[in-house]
Design a protein around this ligand. Structure first.
Ligand code: SAH
Length: 326
Protein backbone atom coordinates (compact mmCIF):
# COMPACT_ATOMS: atom_id res chain seq x y z
CA UNK A 1 0.00 0.00 0.00
CA UNK A 2 1.35 3.40 -0.95
CA UNK A 3 1.13 5.02 2.47
CA UNK A 4 1.80 8.54 1.16
CA UNK A 5 -1.05 8.14 -1.37
CA UNK A 6 -3.27 6.76 1.41
CA UNK A 7 -2.66 9.81 3.57
CA UNK A 8 -3.20 12.34 0.81
CA UNK A 9 -6.36 10.53 -0.30
CA UNK A 10 -7.75 10.47 3.24
CA UNK A 11 -7.03 14.21 3.52
CA UNK A 12 -8.81 14.88 0.21
CA UNK A 13 -11.80 12.89 1.39
CA UNK A 14 -11.87 15.00 4.54
CA UNK A 15 -11.28 12.03 6.81
CA UNK A 16 -9.85 12.43 10.33
CA UNK A 17 -6.14 11.71 10.84
CA UNK A 18 -6.74 8.53 12.86
CA UNK A 19 -8.12 6.75 9.79
CA UNK A 20 -4.62 6.16 8.40
CA UNK A 21 -3.68 4.44 11.66
CA UNK A 22 -6.79 2.27 11.65
CA UNK A 23 -6.14 1.18 8.07
CA UNK A 24 -2.49 0.45 8.79
CA UNK A 25 -3.42 -1.67 11.83
CA UNK A 26 -5.72 -3.86 9.76
CA UNK A 27 -3.16 -4.10 6.98
CA UNK A 28 -0.25 -4.96 9.27
CA UNK A 29 -2.36 -7.67 10.91
CA UNK A 30 -2.89 -9.41 7.59
CA UNK A 31 -6.20 -8.05 6.24
CA UNK A 32 -6.44 -8.81 2.54
CA UNK A 33 -8.45 -5.80 1.47
CA UNK A 34 -10.41 -2.75 2.60
CA UNK A 35 -13.63 -4.79 2.75
CA UNK A 36 -12.44 -6.45 5.98
CA UNK A 37 -11.95 -3.14 7.79
CA UNK A 38 -15.25 -3.19 9.59
CA UNK A 39 -14.59 -0.11 11.72
CA UNK A 40 -14.45 2.06 8.57
CA UNK A 41 -17.62 3.46 6.99
CA UNK A 42 -18.63 1.43 3.93
CA UNK A 43 -18.45 4.47 1.63
CA UNK A 44 -14.85 5.09 2.75
CA UNK A 45 -13.91 1.47 2.08
CA UNK A 46 -15.40 1.80 -1.40
CA UNK A 47 -13.65 5.09 -2.08
CA UNK A 48 -10.30 3.66 -1.01
CA UNK A 49 -10.76 0.52 -3.12
CA UNK A 50 -11.09 2.78 -6.15
CA UNK A 51 -8.30 5.22 -5.35
CA UNK A 52 -5.55 3.49 -3.34
CA UNK A 53 -4.48 0.07 -4.64
CA UNK A 54 -4.27 -2.29 -1.67
CA UNK A 55 -0.74 -3.34 -2.71
CA UNK A 56 1.86 -1.49 -4.78
CA UNK A 57 2.98 -4.89 -6.07
CA UNK A 58 1.41 -7.43 -8.41
CA UNK A 59 2.14 -11.13 -7.99
CA UNK A 60 3.53 -12.49 -11.28
CA UNK A 61 4.48 -15.94 -10.09
CA UNK A 62 4.58 -17.99 -6.95
CA UNK A 63 6.64 -21.11 -6.28
CA UNK A 64 6.16 -23.38 -3.27
CA UNK A 65 8.89 -25.72 -2.10
CA UNK A 66 8.37 -29.08 -0.45
CA UNK A 67 10.16 -27.63 2.63
CA UNK A 68 7.50 -24.92 3.10
CA UNK A 69 9.47 -22.11 1.46
CA UNK A 70 7.37 -19.78 -0.69
CA UNK A 71 8.97 -17.53 -3.24
CA UNK A 72 7.15 -14.83 -5.17
CA UNK A 73 8.08 -12.86 -8.21
CA UNK A 74 6.39 -9.48 -7.89
CA UNK A 75 6.26 -6.50 -10.18
CA UNK A 76 6.05 -2.83 -9.33
CA UNK A 77 3.49 -0.48 -10.92
CA UNK A 78 6.10 0.40 -13.56
CA UNK A 79 6.82 -3.23 -14.37
CA UNK A 80 10.06 -3.78 -12.42
CA UNK A 81 10.57 -7.37 -11.26
CA UNK A 82 11.52 -8.18 -7.70
CA UNK A 83 11.57 -11.28 -5.57
CA UNK A 84 10.68 -12.05 -1.98
CA UNK A 85 10.82 -15.31 -0.07
CA UNK A 86 9.23 -16.78 3.07
CA UNK A 87 11.29 -19.48 4.74
CA UNK A 88 9.66 -21.66 7.37
CA UNK A 89 12.19 -23.39 9.60
CA UNK A 90 11.67 -26.44 11.77
CA UNK A 91 12.44 -24.42 14.91
CA UNK A 92 9.28 -22.44 14.16
CA UNK A 93 10.84 -19.30 12.71
CA UNK A 94 9.00 -17.72 9.80
CA UNK A 95 11.66 -15.63 8.14
CA UNK A 96 11.30 -13.25 5.19
CA UNK A 97 13.96 -12.50 2.63
CA UNK A 98 13.23 -9.01 1.29
CA UNK A 99 14.48 -7.06 -1.71
CA UNK A 100 15.60 -3.44 -1.53
CA UNK A 101 16.12 -2.78 -5.25
CA UNK A 102 14.93 -4.19 -8.57
CA UNK A 103 18.14 -5.67 -9.94
CA UNK A 104 21.43 -4.55 -8.42
CA UNK A 105 24.07 -2.05 -9.56
CA UNK A 106 26.86 -4.20 -8.13
CA UNK A 107 28.25 -7.09 -10.13
CA UNK A 108 29.35 -9.85 -7.76
CA UNK A 109 30.70 -12.63 -9.98
CA UNK A 110 28.63 -15.47 -8.46
CA UNK A 111 25.29 -13.70 -8.06
CA UNK A 112 22.37 -14.02 -10.49
CA UNK A 113 20.96 -10.59 -9.58
CA UNK A 114 24.27 -8.94 -10.48
CA UNK A 115 23.90 -10.32 -14.00
CA UNK A 116 20.50 -8.60 -14.45
CA UNK A 117 20.11 -5.00 -15.46
CA UNK A 118 19.74 -2.60 -12.52
CA UNK A 119 16.24 -1.16 -12.33
CA UNK A 120 15.79 1.22 -9.44
CA UNK A 121 15.54 1.61 -5.69
CA UNK A 122 12.29 0.38 -4.18
CA UNK A 123 10.14 2.74 -2.13
CA UNK A 124 9.48 2.03 1.54
CA UNK A 125 5.92 0.99 0.62
CA UNK A 126 7.20 -1.43 -2.03
CA UNK A 127 9.49 -3.00 0.56
CA UNK A 128 6.67 -3.25 3.11
CA UNK A 129 4.30 -4.73 0.53
CA UNK A 130 6.64 -7.71 0.14
CA UNK A 131 6.36 -8.38 3.86
CA UNK A 132 2.60 -7.74 3.86
CA UNK A 133 2.13 -10.25 1.06
CA UNK A 134 3.44 -12.99 3.34
CA UNK A 135 1.75 -11.57 6.45
CA UNK A 136 -1.57 -12.22 4.71
CA UNK A 137 -0.61 -15.90 4.51
CA UNK A 138 0.17 -16.17 8.23
CA UNK A 139 2.62 -15.34 10.99
CA UNK A 140 6.00 -13.75 10.19
CA UNK A 141 8.71 -13.03 12.78
CA UNK A 142 12.13 -12.52 11.16
CA UNK A 143 13.38 -10.57 8.16
CA UNK A 144 16.66 -10.34 6.29
CA UNK A 145 17.48 -7.91 3.49
CA UNK A 146 19.12 -10.64 1.44
CA UNK A 147 16.87 -10.49 -1.59
CA UNK A 148 17.64 -8.44 -4.65
CA UNK A 149 19.74 -5.33 -4.41
CA UNK A 150 22.13 -3.60 -2.04
CA UNK A 151 20.10 -2.24 0.89
CA UNK A 152 22.77 0.25 1.96
CA UNK A 153 22.39 2.07 -1.40
CA UNK A 154 18.68 2.54 -0.56
CA UNK A 155 19.05 2.86 3.18
CA UNK A 156 16.55 5.65 3.89
CA UNK A 157 13.71 3.62 2.34
CA UNK A 158 14.94 0.38 3.94
CA UNK A 159 14.96 2.04 7.38
CA UNK A 160 11.52 3.58 6.81
CA UNK A 161 10.19 0.08 6.06
CA UNK A 162 12.02 -1.41 9.07
CA UNK A 163 10.36 1.13 11.34
CA UNK A 164 6.96 -0.46 10.55
CA UNK A 165 7.95 -4.14 10.52
CA UNK A 166 7.26 -4.60 14.27
CA UNK A 167 3.56 -3.94 13.51
CA UNK A 168 3.63 -7.12 11.38
CA UNK A 169 5.35 -9.11 14.14
CA UNK A 170 8.99 -8.62 13.10
CA UNK A 171 11.02 -6.94 15.84
CA UNK A 172 14.11 -4.89 15.05
CA UNK A 173 16.33 -7.44 16.79
CA UNK A 174 14.96 -9.99 14.34
CA UNK A 175 15.70 -7.85 11.29
CA UNK A 176 19.08 -7.98 9.55
CA UNK A 177 20.45 -5.75 6.84
CA UNK A 178 23.00 -7.49 4.64
CA UNK A 179 25.62 -5.51 2.75
CA UNK A 180 28.54 -6.00 0.40
CA UNK A 181 30.44 -3.65 2.70
CA UNK A 182 29.01 -0.27 1.67
CA UNK A 183 30.81 1.76 4.33
CA UNK A 184 28.59 4.88 4.47
CA UNK A 185 25.59 2.62 5.12
CA UNK A 186 27.37 0.66 7.85
CA UNK A 187 28.27 3.94 9.52
CA UNK A 188 24.69 5.23 9.31
CA UNK A 189 23.34 1.97 10.72
CA UNK A 190 25.80 2.19 13.64
CA UNK A 191 24.24 5.54 14.58
CA UNK A 192 20.64 4.37 14.02
CA UNK A 193 18.59 4.02 17.23
CA UNK A 194 16.65 0.96 15.97
CA UNK A 195 18.51 -2.15 17.19
CA UNK A 196 18.75 -3.73 13.73
CA UNK A 197 21.33 -6.40 12.94
CA UNK A 198 24.16 -6.06 10.46
CA UNK A 199 25.33 -8.81 8.12
CA UNK A 200 28.43 -8.45 5.96
CA UNK A 201 28.86 -10.41 2.72
CA UNK A 202 32.58 -11.10 2.91
CA UNK A 203 33.27 -14.23 0.83
CA UNK A 204 37.07 -13.89 0.94
CA UNK A 205 39.62 -12.78 3.51
CA UNK A 206 42.18 -12.04 0.81
CA UNK A 207 41.67 -8.58 -0.76
CA UNK A 208 42.71 -9.63 -4.28
CA UNK A 209 40.37 -12.63 -4.33
CA UNK A 210 37.58 -10.56 -2.81
CA UNK A 211 37.97 -7.95 -5.50
CA UNK A 212 37.69 -10.63 -8.18
CA UNK A 213 34.48 -11.94 -6.65
CA UNK A 214 33.12 -8.55 -5.62
CA UNK A 215 34.29 -5.57 -7.70
CA UNK A 216 32.89 -3.22 -5.00
CA UNK A 217 35.98 -4.13 -2.96
CA UNK A 218 37.96 -1.65 -5.13
CA UNK A 219 35.74 1.16 -3.86
CA UNK A 220 35.45 0.01 -0.26
CA UNK A 221 38.54 -2.07 0.56
CA UNK A 222 38.34 -5.04 2.89
CA UNK A 223 40.37 -3.57 5.76
CA UNK A 224 38.22 -0.42 5.88
CA UNK A 225 35.02 -2.48 5.71
CA UNK A 226 36.14 -4.60 8.67
CA UNK A 227 37.03 -1.44 10.60
CA UNK A 228 33.54 -0.03 9.88
CA UNK A 229 31.96 -3.25 11.18
CA UNK A 230 34.11 -3.10 14.32
CA UNK A 231 32.90 0.46 14.85
CA UNK A 232 29.32 -0.82 14.44
CA UNK A 233 30.00 -3.40 17.14
CA UNK A 234 31.55 -0.78 19.41
CA UNK A 235 28.53 1.49 19.01
CA UNK A 236 25.78 -1.14 19.23
CA UNK A 237 27.32 -4.09 21.09
CA UNK A 238 25.68 -6.39 18.56
CA UNK A 239 27.60 -9.15 16.83
CA UNK A 240 28.03 -8.77 13.08
CA UNK A 241 27.09 -11.79 10.93
CA UNK A 242 29.61 -12.56 8.22
CA UNK A 243 28.14 -14.23 5.14
CA UNK A 244 30.57 -16.48 3.33
CA UNK A 245 29.38 -18.26 0.18
CA UNK A 246 31.31 -21.52 -0.17
CA UNK A 247 32.71 -21.80 -3.71
CA UNK A 248 34.56 -25.01 -4.58
CA UNK A 249 38.28 -24.48 -5.16
CA UNK A 250 37.90 -20.69 -4.91
CA UNK A 251 37.53 -19.63 -1.27
CA UNK A 252 36.98 -22.88 0.65
CA UNK A 253 40.42 -24.23 1.64
CA UNK A 254 41.49 -24.74 5.25
CA UNK A 255 44.24 -22.15 4.66
CA UNK A 256 41.57 -19.64 3.64
CA UNK A 257 39.62 -20.49 6.81
CA UNK A 258 42.75 -19.67 8.79
CA UNK A 259 43.10 -16.32 7.00
CA UNK A 260 39.44 -15.61 7.77
CA UNK A 261 40.01 -16.40 11.44
CA UNK A 262 43.00 -14.03 11.46
CA UNK A 263 40.83 -11.26 10.07
CA UNK A 264 37.79 -11.54 12.36
CA UNK A 265 37.65 -10.84 16.08
CA UNK A 266 35.52 -13.68 17.52
CA UNK A 267 33.99 -11.30 20.08
CA UNK A 268 32.48 -9.20 17.27
CA UNK A 269 31.84 -11.54 14.34
CA UNK A 270 29.95 -14.78 13.73
CA UNK A 271 30.42 -16.59 10.45
CA UNK A 272 27.51 -17.96 8.43
CA UNK A 273 28.73 -20.28 5.70
CA UNK A 274 26.29 -20.30 2.79
CA UNK A 275 26.10 -23.34 0.51
CA UNK A 276 26.27 -21.97 -3.04
CA UNK A 277 23.02 -22.15 -4.96
CA UNK A 278 24.04 -22.96 -8.52
CA UNK A 279 23.22 -20.25 -11.07
CA UNK A 280 24.31 -19.87 -14.66
CA UNK A 281 27.76 -18.75 -13.46
CA UNK A 282 30.90 -20.88 -13.73
CA UNK A 283 31.11 -21.49 -9.97
CA UNK A 284 30.23 -24.70 -8.19
CA UNK A 285 29.39 -25.11 -4.54
CA UNK A 286 31.84 -26.61 -2.06
CA UNK A 287 31.38 -30.22 -1.00
CA UNK A 288 29.85 -30.93 2.41
CA UNK A 289 33.28 -32.24 3.45
CA UNK A 290 35.03 -28.99 2.48
CA UNK A 291 32.37 -26.99 4.32
CA UNK A 292 32.77 -29.13 7.45
CA UNK A 293 36.58 -28.77 7.39
CA UNK A 294 36.29 -25.00 6.91
CA UNK A 295 33.86 -24.72 9.83
CA UNK A 296 36.06 -26.89 12.05
CA UNK A 297 39.05 -24.65 11.41
CA UNK A 298 37.07 -21.50 12.27
CA UNK A 299 35.79 -23.08 15.46
CA UNK A 300 39.26 -24.26 16.43
CA UNK A 301 40.19 -20.57 16.30
CA UNK A 302 37.28 -19.58 18.52
CA UNK A 303 34.95 -18.17 15.86
CA UNK A 304 31.32 -19.15 15.92
CA UNK A 305 30.56 -20.75 12.55
CA UNK A 306 27.25 -22.09 11.31
CA UNK A 307 26.22 -23.49 7.99
CA UNK A 308 23.12 -21.75 6.70
CA UNK A 309 20.31 -24.19 6.02
CA UNK A 310 19.48 -24.33 2.37
CA UNK A 311 15.81 -23.66 1.77
CA UNK A 312 13.79 -23.89 -1.38
CA UNK A 313 16.45 -25.43 -3.61
CA UNK A 314 13.76 -27.12 -5.66
CA UNK A 315 12.26 -23.74 -6.56
CA UNK A 316 15.36 -21.68 -7.39
CA UNK A 317 14.85 -19.68 -4.23
CA UNK A 318 18.29 -18.11 -4.41
CA UNK A 319 19.32 -14.68 -5.34
CA UNK A 320 17.69 -13.38 -8.48
CA UNK A 321 17.11 -16.75 -10.01
CA UNK A 322 13.37 -16.51 -10.53
CA UNK A 323 13.48 -13.01 -11.98
CA UNK A 324 16.57 -13.82 -14.04
CA UNK A 325 14.66 -16.58 -15.78
CA UNK A 326 11.70 -14.48 -16.84
N1 SAH B 1 23.62 -6.95 -1.57
C1 SAH B 1 23.47 -7.53 -0.26
C2 SAH B 1 22.20 -8.30 -0.04
C3 SAH B 1 21.74 -9.27 -1.13
S1 SAH B 1 22.60 -10.79 -1.38
C4 SAH B 1 24.67 -8.40 0.06
O1 SAH B 1 25.43 -8.72 -0.84
O2 SAH B 1 24.86 -8.75 1.22
C5 SAH B 1 22.35 -11.80 0.01
C6 SAH B 1 23.44 -12.87 0.17
O3 SAH B 1 23.29 -13.92 -0.81
C7 SAH B 1 24.83 -12.32 -0.04
O4 SAH B 1 25.69 -12.77 0.97
C8 SAH B 1 25.22 -12.88 -1.39
O5 SAH B 1 26.59 -12.94 -1.54
C9 SAH B 1 24.56 -14.24 -1.35
N2 SAH B 1 24.43 -14.90 -2.65
C10 SAH B 1 24.36 -14.34 -3.88
N3 SAH B 1 24.24 -15.28 -4.82
C11 SAH B 1 24.23 -16.48 -4.19
C12 SAH B 1 24.10 -17.85 -4.63
N4 SAH B 1 23.95 -18.14 -5.91
N5 SAH B 1 24.13 -18.82 -3.70
C13 SAH B 1 24.23 -18.52 -2.38
N6 SAH B 1 24.34 -17.26 -1.91
C14 SAH B 1 24.35 -16.25 -2.79
Amino acid sequence: MDLALLESTLAELGEPAYRARQIWEWTAQGADGYAQMTNLPVRLRDALSERVPFSTMTVEREARSADGTIKVLLSTHDGRPIEAVLMRYRDGRHSLCLSSQSGCPLTCAFCATGAMRFGRNLTASEILDQALHFRRLGRVDHAVFMGMGEPMINLANVLAACRRLPDLGIGHRHTAISTVGWIPGITTLAAEPMPLRLALSLHAADPALREELMPVNARYPLAEVIAACEAFYAAKRRMVFVEYVMLAGVNDSVGQARALADLLDPRMFKVNMIPYNPTDSTFTGSSPRAIAAFAAELERRGLSATVRLTRGRDIDAACGQLAARV
